[in-house]
Design a protein around this ligand. Sequence first.
Ligand SMILES: [Zn+2]
Length: 349
Amino acid sequence: MKSRMSPRESVIAALNHEPVDSVPVSGMAWTIGAIAGGFTTKDYAQSGSKMAKGQIAFWDKTGVDLLHPTSDMGQTAEGWGVKMRYEDGLTPMLDVFAVKESEDWDKLAVLDPKSDGRMRVTIDAIEYIRERLGDKVALMPYVPSPLTSATHVCNMEQVMMDIVLDPDPLHRGLKTMSETIVAYIDAVIDAGGDGALFATTRASGEITTEDQYREFGAEYDQQILRAVKKQGGSNILHVCGVTPHFELLSSYPNANGINWWDRGSNLTIEQAKKSYGDRVCLVGGLDQTTTLILGGPDDVRNEARQAIKAGFIDGTGMILAPGCEISPKTEFVNMKAAVTAAREFSFRR
Ligand SMILES: [Zn+2]
């Protein structure tokens, strides 16, 4: 009998629409990783070995196939001069923005992921986890896209004003950030990572129009994904709004998967499978805002079963996951129940 695929192989196979033994499971664990490892969020956000130990502890308690070693949105933004606020038990927050007016976009520099900001923390964590867990897990950290990064270094209203009134300096800033992001993902892959959970979070109708996203988002996203592919990496786009520009994102020639909030947005997993299932791997099915926090293992099991029935109808192209970061209030047994359900229901409906 053929031996089971490793979790790492299974994630990559699902992203490439190849057959899998069962639906792989992932969960964006940031602060819950710190909790799993018994670290303060500040220590976890500043030390690669602590982040790695927290991620391994989360993996140990849940059995997920794919980890996204990350602490917060500031890991790159801090390199561009954003000041963070740390409060125990909470995900570190962006506190003081670096870009205050449109001329400031030209002051951004291309960063070195090994020394600027806190990208190094994730790079070290990946090296540490890969050394200890080998192929027992796939590793794709959260990496913000250029337009998402723009809204981490500058407040969102200002970015939206620049899109409409003063686009040239913003475009130059997006180019600088793109070069940094390519270097970051290269370093992630060199350290043993499998690519990126690439946050295209502004590709949603309540933030940008599709035309705006095409010009200020997609253009840069696709350049970065081309560079990632050259390195042999995979990607999952992450969009967490309620009206995602799914048509545009799924038409990227080099997107492998899309993670979105199927339970809270205007696109269910059934509809996504019908309309986009042959283009991209669907990454979703679990509601991080309700079932995972408020429900128990049986509720999660039912939700997982229903999602797999809808999204895995052709036996590939799905990863079971929450639509955004797992709340630190989530019980580990709930994520574990999702993993057990995926093993049980992938080929038994
Ligand atoms: Zn999100």
